[in-house]
Structure formats: structure tokens, C-alpha cells
Design a protein around this ligand. Structure first.
Ligand code: NAP
Ligand code: MG
Length: 476
């Protein structure tokens, strides 16, 4: 285990003691008068409290959004809408350090990630979509495109700010108004982003932020005024939502779970592949829908790759997320830590071999060291089910066909990785793998221009790029 000098990030997250709902351009108290706490999973301390939105608040938010759509936003020329979206992007950049610290405190992910990934990527999504706002006709040449109206959106806790940007930026660029709910575990950057909407002068009601529990999310998804709903979260909740709106004319996109295969062939540059494997499953503590949680390694190099992985994991720094040296931070909640721990027990019980580097658990906070399972077979639950934690199931294969067969043998289909020196093999696998994204000799690379989304139980619809925008428009 490494000992090192701490290098804590010191920027002020500027947290208020209490946050209200953001409805019709104002911060307002919830009609039910209730609040809930958000804690820092790194030390279990309370950060702030937030309004618990209920049915009356959701109704008020949809009424405000519909009014804004009918009277202002839906009629505004794209070039004018773009100015607001650019302003949001720039204000987010201005407050980047503050947002990075707030996100790290609320979620437990390392400050290095929020500083270098979450916040700049969120700003990039607003910039990219601002650029589209006055060019929507080029999405469907010869046809007319129209906004849908009010969209209801619900997001998870793993990339709170980035998911806000993925959802809100295309909706606004397309001319829609928004009612959105962040996850209970990580609501802070949503209400801080609402401050930015207000400061950017975004017309009132265009975006409404309702904090609250899953039941409140259910009300948003099924609301009669929602012309379209967009959900990111678990496959289980996604199915509940689909049932709740069956028979309505709502448009819907679903970004759900994953169990991606990261496939390493014997001709791959192995050191580079090991870095890609580590990034694929230990980025954001493995709480990533497209995480490379199944390593498929060619038998002839399996021993070498596993040995290199263990050497690398011994120097991965697990600890205080606010420390700039930290690689792996805290798990988002006690409940999520318990779920992951449950899978470790299941894996051992099913006969897989568990390996972890030496690790000293801090007295407070929800931590888990990076974990490997070897001696895994395709029937093991740790190889089939989404664990959503820093746990890698390692399987081997002999032939290309076997690799494809094993990679596709899952209910999910969000992403996959291929590590090989052969361009022809990359091309072949990128068509044969049933996954929305196939990364070649890299992993977890994101860009607002490229569409992201799933096959099978990983969902439908795309976010990002042309395809993502089209999901927010009616083509007539
Ligand atoms: P989750 O339990 O499905 O929650 C996601 C969001 O839905 C949260 O805001 C949650 O609120 C809300 N919610 C819960 N029950 C609801 C209901 N009945 N109706 C409407 N909304 C409801 O998922 P999670 O555990 O937070 O997140 C992890 C999951 O998200 C993983 O399965 C992961 O794969 C998936 N994910 C997918 C993507 C993707 O792009 N495909 C990206 C990130 C995460 P509360 O927080 O209040 O419970
Ligand atoms: Mg949840």
C-alpha cells in the first residue's frame, strides 16, 4: 500500500444550508414542507438539505414548463436559444472548480475526475448543443423539424452533473422545456446548475428542477403534460416506467444498465491494455453503466495480463476523494456498498477466486478496494449481473469467435472494448459485437458529438450527436 502526502483540493463548493425546488425561474419551498439530507459518502457527514418535491410541486413544474414552451421557448428562433445555452456553458466553466468540489463531496468520486472529466464534459455538452440550436433543419434535410413540448427527465447518481447536461442541453437546443429530477444521493449539482439557469437569464419555466425520491420521479415520467420522457438508471426501474406509460403517446428514451466485455487479444500492446482495463472498471469506482466489468482475455496472455493487473492495482490509490492523488474514491452510499459486498460474497460462494490489494479501510466512509475475480465462468452471477462497483470478472477465450460469442452472451448491450493490433479484427468485431459503443484500444472515451446508447436491456434511443438530438424532435 502507498503512503503519500495528501494534496487536498481547497476550492469552496459554496454550499447553502438548504436548497429549495427550482420552479418557474424561482427557488420555492416544497408544498409538503419536507426536506431530505445529502451526505458526503467519504466521511458520512451531512452536506446540506434539499426540498422533497411531491405531486403538487411536479404539477406546478409542468404547468410552468408548458407555459414557457407555449409563450416563449417553443417560439424563439434557434439563434436566440443558442445564446442562452452558450451562456450556461460559459457560466459553468467560470464556476468549474466550485462544481467539481461540490460533485466530489456529494458523490465520492475523486476530485481528479470531477475536475478533468465531469465538469468540462458537462460544459462541452452545452457548447456542442448550443451550436445546433440554429441548424436543426440540417438534421433532416428536406423535412421540417419541430420541438416536442415539455420533456420529463430522471437521472442517476453516478455522473450527476454530466447526466444533467446530457439531458438538458439537447432538450433546450431542440426547443423543448424541461422538468428534471436528480438522484436522491446526489442532488447538489442539479440545484447549483439551477442557479446558473437563473443567472444566465434563461426565461422562467424553461428548466425546472425537482429534487425528491424515486416516487417523485415516477410522477414526472407519467405526467400527462410530458410529451417525451428520458430516463437514465437501472433496467429494473426503466421497466416500471415503461409499464406506467404504456398506452400513452409519449416519446421515450431509456439509458439503462450494462455488463460490458473488454476483450484483450494476444497481439495487443499489453501494458496499454492493462491501463485500459483499469480505466474501464475502476473509473468512478466502477459505478459506470458502460464499465468494462467483464474482462475477456485470450488464454495465451491471460497469466501475463492478470499479473500486470495485480501489480498495477497495488499502486492504485484508494482514499479521500478530495485528495488530488486519489484514483479510487468512495462508493456513493452505504446501500450501494452493501450491494457490491453482497456480490463479493456471491462470487466466492459460487467458486470464483477473489483478489484484492492490501487495503486499510478508513474509520468512516464507504470504501472498497479494487477487486478481481478469476476462475470465473459464464454462468457465475458476477459474470452476468451488473455489480456497479470496482469489481472485475475475468474470463478467458481461445478464438475470435469464442470472444464474440461470450461478449454477446448477456442481456445487456451498452458498450464493449477491443484490444488488438489488427485493424481488420477491430472492424469485424465492431459490427459483430451487439453493443451501442465499441471502443478500440481505448475505453470510456466520451464526446458530445458521438451518440451513446444501448442494445437489448441496456435501453433504446441515443444521447449525443445528431441521433441524440433527433430523439428530442418531431420530424414532419
Ligand atoms: P435507479 O435506482 O434506477 O435510479 C435512477 C433514478 O431513477 C434516480 O433518480 C431514482 O431516484 C429514480 N427512480 C427510482 N425509482 C423510480 C421510479 N419508480 N420511477 C421513476 N424514477 C425512479 O438507478 P441508480 O441505482 O440510481 O443508478 C444505477 C443504475 O443506472 C445502473 O443500473 C446503471 O447501469 C444505470 N445507468 C445507466 C446509464 C446509461 O447511460 N445507460 C448511465 C448511468 C447509470 P432515487 O435516487 O431517489 O432513488
Ligand atoms: Mg437508486
Amino acid at each position: 500500500m502507498w503512503e503519500f502526502d495528501p494534496a487536498p483540493e481547497t476550492a469552496d463548493p459554496k454550499l447553502k444550508a438548504r436548497y429549495e425546488l427550482f420552479i418557474d425561474g424561482e427557488f420555492v419551498a416544497p408544498k409538503g414542507g419536507k426536506y431530505f439530507e445529502s451526505i458526503n459518502p467519504a466521511n458520512e457527514k451531512k452536506l446540506t438539505e434539499l426540498a422533497l418535491g411531491g405531486a403538487a410541486d411536479v404539477d406546478a413544474a409542468f404547468a410552468a414548463a408548458q407555459r414557457a414552451f407555449d409563450t416563449v421557448w417553443g417560439k424563439m428562433p434557434g439563434r436566440e436559444r443558442a445564446k442562452y445555452i452558450y451562456r450556461i456553458a460559459r457560466l459553468l466553466q467560470d464556476r468549474a472548480r466550485e462544481f467539481a468540489v461540490a460533485e466530489t463531496l456529494d458523490n465520492g468520486k475523486p476530485i481528479r475526475e470531477t475536475r478533468d472529466f465531469d465538469v468540462p464534459m458537462a460544459a462541452a455538452h452545452f457548447f456542442y448543443h448550443a451550436g445546433w440550436a440554429d441548424k436543426l433543419e440540417y438534421l433532416a434535410p428536406g423535412r421540417r423539424v419541430q420541438p416536442l413540448g415539455v420533456v420529463g427527465q430522471v437521472i442517476p447518481w453516478n455522473f450527476p452533473l454530466l447526466m444533467l447536461a446530457w439531458k438538458i442541453a439537447p432538450a433546450l437546443a431542440a426547443g423543448n422545456c424541461v422538468v428534471i429530477k436528480p438522484a436522491t444521493n446526489t442532488p447538489i449539482t442539479a440545484v447549483k446548475l439551477a442557479e446558473i439557469f437563473r443567472d444566465a437569464g434563461l426565461p422562467k419555466g424553461v428548466v425546472n428542477v425537482i429534487t425528491g425520491p424515486g416516487a417523485t420521479g415516477g410522477l414526472i415520467m407519467a405526467h400527462p403534460k410530458a410529451a417525451k420522457i428520458a430516463f437514465t438508471g437501472s433496467t429494473e426501474v426503466g421497466k416500471v416506467i415503461m409499464k406506467s406509460i404504456a398506452g400513452t403517446d409519449k416519446r421515450m428514451t431509456m439509458e439503462l444498465g450494462g455488463k460490458a466485455a473488454n476483450i484483450v487479444f494476444d497481439d495487443a500492446p499489453l501494458d496499454q491494455a492493462v491501463e485500459g482495463i483499469v480505466n474501464g472498471i475502476f473509473f468512478n469506482q466502477g459505478q459506470v453503466c458502460c464499465a468494462g466489468s467483464r474482462l475477456l482475455v485470450q488464454e495465451s496472455v491471460a497469466e501475463a495480463v492478470i499479473a500486470k493487473l495485480k501489480t498495477r492495482l497495488r499502486v492504485l490509490r484508494v482514499g479521500d476523494p478530495m485528495d488530488k492523488n486519489t484514483d479510487v474514491g468512495a462508493i456513493v452510499s452505504k446501500a450501494q456498498l452493501d450491494t457490491i459486498q453482497g456480490y463479493l460474497d456471491i462470487g466466492v460462494k459460487e467458486g470464483a477466486e477473489l483478489w484484492q490489494p492490501p487495503f486499510r479501510r478508513p474509520a468512516k466512509g464507504f470504501y472498497l478496494p479494487p477487486t478481481l475475480f478469476t476462475e470465473v465462468t459464464m454462468s457465475h452471477r458476477v459474470a452476468r449481473e451488473e455489480i456497479f462497483g470496482p469489481v472485475l470478472a475475468i474470463l478467458t477465450f481461445r478464438t475470435v469467435e469464442e470472444a464474440v460469442e461470450k461478449a454477446n452472451n448477456t442481456e445487456y448491450g451498452l458498450s464493449a472494448g477491443v484490444w488488438t493490433d489488427k485493424g481488420s479484427r477491430i472492424l469485424k468485431l465492431s459490427t459483430e459485437l451487439k453493443a451501442g459503443v465499441v471502443w478500440a484500444n481505448t475505453f470510456n472515451k466520451f464526446d458530445p458529438t458521438s451518440p451513446f446508447g444501448g442494445y437489448k436491456e441496456s435501453g433504446f434511443g441515443r444521447e449525443g450527436g445528431r441521433q441524440g438530438l433527433l430523439d428530442y424532435l418531431q420530424v414532419v
